[in-house]
Each structure stands twice: as structure tokens, then as C-alpha cells.
Design a protein around this ligand. Structure first.
Ligand code: NAD
Ligand code: MG
Length: 407
């Protein structure tokens, strides 16, 4: 059983002082989550002060956001764009920097809250730098917990960092857990939309293109998480994420398919009571929850109209058609380096699919092949440091390239 590191009970002395704006840094400010967060900032005038904004290569979007929000610092990950960033920010008062080390430094700038919204393992080092700062981390980057869950949570505990989940299901669990003792919890149930291929046969999925996989029925998201939603790896990553965030065992975590994405998760208690969190499928709600907690801030989202919705439906997950879910669950149970390998192999396979180098069904096959191969060659020990995690991630990516090359 993991240790309860998230304290869901607000205590008065933890309330954000309304007298002073919240100093906010956004890692991955040009992405789907990052731009949703900046939209919330725009809707709460005076409530936030932007410390740093970062992006990988979308320099024009970064310049515009830094100027609009008067950021103190803007960092572009790819140094090739440094000159464009510097030129774009001339006269604005925003400092410019570039490169991986600059991302880490931006994450460590004094802030009240850091929103970790970089995609994939690239976000791990900067997010750990934010954790070390010991303030609040609003965590969207689930790959941090999949690739390095034990290490990450140990660093959170050491630094006394407040960790607030941004992933909608985990935000829902955090809300439904409010005040609960770990012994009171029987099960945590994450809902899954089923993605764009929920009703597709395996034969149809074998022919799926990136374009069709990117069309999520309910959510608007970045490309990588869209593909993860189509394979259901996303739900698998979320099981691992929940395992590290909440005081439950692997057996206490379940998934139910709920195509409307209105209920985001449920917590079942030992007395038979079930707490669910509902809301329109709009990431601005869970982002607002993480930024505002224990208070609530405005989010200009569509309000839920249950009468208009009429009905909510539920289905059992189909692990025959969507094997990635079972793969992630078995890696979670195996522990050690297995989830690091799962994450690295999946990131590489998703990008190969997006580049038309492999078919849709190959993604899960490649991840499975890499997990087996990693076990054969003895990549099993628990990563103890960031360097260990990055090394295992590199091995997993190489294994995935080998599997793709053999095809
Ligand atoms: P996205 O692809 O839209 O944006 C990613 C951001 O990270 C961009 O700002 C990009 O410039 C930056 N980035 C990409 N590669 C980088 C690199 N190598 N170095 C530094 N920065 C880099 O992604 P997203 O959909 O906003 O997702 C962000 C994170 O939030 C992911 O971990 C995802 O799983 C999680 N998440 C997203 C949603 C959603 O609705 N989009 C929901 C739940 C969780
Ligand atoms: Mg989610």
C-alpha cells in the first residue's frame, strides 16, 4: 500500500492568501493543457502573476503568450529557436532563455504553483526541479508518475510539496476522496470514454490512420494523448498514476467505460457509499481545481445539464480489442523498471505511428515486445535516480526501434 501523500482536507492555514496574486509557472505553456490554463488566468484578472512560460519549439505562440501575460521569463526547449525568441521579446521586459538546462532552471524559479504540462518523459527533469522547490505542483504530466512513480513520490514527500493532480480522472478522485481515511476506501474506479475506436473491430483498427485516431469524441487534447486514448494506453497510464497518487493497492483500481465522459471517476467506500465527480469534459475544470485548491476559481466552461444529457451509459472494458490496458496493469503489478519501459516504448511507438511507420495495432504489440525483451535482458531493477530512469527510458526506446526494425 502506498502512503497517503495527498491530504484532501483543506486546513485554514493552507488557504491561499487572496491579498497577493498566485505566482504561476507553466511548463508546456503552448500545449493543450498549457493554453487552457492561460485561458483560466485570463478569466481571473489579478489572481495570477506569471513567473515563467516554456515551450519546445512553438516560438511565436510562446512570444505571444509571454507578452499577453507579462511573463518574467520565457524558455524555449529547442535552442535553434533562441534568436527568434529573443527578437520576439525585445522591449517586452520578459527574459529569454533556451535549452534543457534552462527549462530546469525555469521550473525552479520561485513560484507558488508550477503547472507541469510538458508531454512525456521530457517533462520529468523540469517537474522534479519544481518538486524540489517545495511549493505546489499541479501535475498534468502523467508520464512522470508512470516512468518514475516511486522516485517522484519520494521527492514530493522529502520536499513537502503539495501535489495536485490535473488529469481529469485523478482530479475527480481527489475531490471524491475529500476527508477520507485510507481504510475507508474500497475501490477507486476511473472512467474511460473508450476513445475514437470504442466500437471498431480489430480488423478495422488494423487499418486505422493517425488522422482517424486523432479524432477524440469528447476531449480536445495534444496528439500523443489522443493516440494513447485510441489504444487505451492512456487509461493504463492513468491506473499507474492513480496507484502512486492514492492510498490503494493495484487490486483496488478499476476502469469502467463511460462514453459520455461526464463522470470522471468514482470512489467506493466500505459502507457501500459511492462518491462520483461530474462535469463537462473540459480540462479547464480540473486545471482550475488544481490551481485554486482548497478554494475554487472561475472556469468559463459549459455547465452540466443533466436533463439535456438524458442518460449516462456504462460498459465493461474490452481488453481483447484494447490490450494496452492489460499491459499497463501488468507492468504496474510487476513494478521495478517495468512501467519505465512501458512508458518509453509507448512514447516511441506512438511517434512511429504518427509518422506512418507502423500500424495502429503495432503500438501495443511493440510495447509488449519491449516489456518481454527488457525482462529477458534483466532491465528490472527499480530506478533509484533521475539518471537511472533516463537510462532505462533510453534502453526501452532502443528496444522499440529494434522491434520496429525487425518488422
Ligand atoms: P501538447 O502536446 O498539447 O503540449 C505539450 C507541451 O509540452 C507544449 O507546450 C510543448 O511545446 C511542450 N513540449 C513538448 N515536447 C517537449 C520537450 N521535448 N521539451 C520541452 N517541452 C516540450 O500536450 P497536452 O495534451 O497539453 O498534454 C500535456 C500533458 O498533460 C501530458 O502529459 C498529457 O498526458 C497530460 N494530460 C493532457 C490532457 C489534455 O486534455 N490534453 C488531459 C490529461 C492529461
Ligand atoms: Mg485523463
Amino acid at each position: 500500500v502506498t502512503v497517503m501523500t495527498i491530504d484532501p482536507m483543506p486546513s485554514p492555514n493552507r488557504r491561499a492568501s487572496p491579498a497577493r496574486p498566485c505566482r504561476l509557472t507553466i511548463l508546456g505553456a503552448t500545449g493543450s493543457v498549457g493554453t487552457s490554463a492561460l485561458d483560466l488566468v485570463k478569466h481571473s484578472p489579478g489572481a495570477f502573476e506569471i513567473v515563467a512560460l516554456t515551450a519546445h519549439s512553438q516560438v511565436d505562440q510562446l512570444v505571444a503568450a509571454a507578452r499577453t501575460h507579462r511573463a518574467q521569463l520565457a524558455v524555449i526547449g529547442d535552442p535553434a529557436h533562441y534568436r527568434a525568441l529573443k527578437a520576439g521579446l525585445a522591449g517586452s521586459g520578459t527574459r529569454a532563455a533556451a535549452g534543457e538546462q534552462a527549462l530546469i532552471e525555469a521550473a525552479g524559479e520561485p513560484a507558488d504553483c508550477v503547472l507541469a504540462a510538458i508531454i512525456g518523459i521530457a517533462g520529468l527533469a523540469p517537474t522534479l526541479a519544481a518538486v524540489a522547490q517545495g511549493r505546489r505542483v499541479a501535475l498534468a504530466n502523467k508520464e512522470c508518475l508512470v516512468a518514475a512513480g516511486n522516485l517522484f513520490m519520494a521527492r514530493v514527500a522529502e520536499a513537502g510539496t503539495e501535489l495536485l493532480p490535473v488529469d481529469s480522472e485523478h482530479s475527480a478522485v481527489h475531490q471524491a476522496l475529500a476527508g477520507a481515511m485510507p481504510e475507508a476506501i474500497e475501490r477507486i474506479v476511473l472512467t474511460a470514454s473508450g476513445g475514437p475506436f470504442r466500437t471498431w473491430s480489430l480488423a478495422e483498427m488494423a487499418e486505422a490512420t493517425p488522422q482517424s485516431a486523432l479524432k477524440h469524441p469528447n476531449w480536445s487534447m495534444g496528439q500523443k494523448i489522443c493516440i494513447d486514448s485510441a489504444t487505451w494506453m492512456n487509461k493504463g497510464l492513468e491506473l499507474i498514476e492513480a496507484f502512486h497518487l492514492f492510498p490503494v493497492t493495484a487490486e483496488q483500481l478499476a476502469v469502467v467505460v463511460h462514453p459520455q465522459s461526464i463522470i470522471h471517476a468514482l470512489v467506493e467506500y466500505r459502507d457501500g457509499s459511492v462518491m462520483a465527480q461530474l462535469g463537462a469534459p473540459d480540462m479547464r475544470t480540473p486545471i482550475a481545481y488544481a490551481l485554486g485548491w482548497p478554494d475554487r476559481i472561475n472556469a468559463p466552461t459549459a455547465r452540466l445539464d443533466l436533463i439535456k444529457l438524458g442518460q449516462l451509459t456504462f460498459e465493461a472494458p474490452d481488453e481483447q480489442r484494447f490490450p494496452a490496458l492489460a499491459l499497463a496493469r501488468s507492468a504496474m503489478i510487476r513494478g521495478g523498471a517495468a512501467t519505465t519501459v512501458l512508458n518509453g516504448a509507448n512514447e516511441l511507438a506512438v511517434s512511429a505511428f504518427l509518422n506512418h511507420r507502423i500500424g495502429f495495432l503495432d503500438i501495443a504489440r511493440i510495447v509488449e515486445g519491449c516489456l518481454n525483451r527488457a525482462e529477458q535482458i534483466g532491465v528490472v531493477s527499480k530506478p533509484q535516480s533521475l539518471a537511472d530512469v533516463l537510462e532505462i527510458d533510453g534502453i526501452a526506446r532502443q528496444l522499440a526501434r529494434d522491434v520496429i526494425g525487425e518488422r
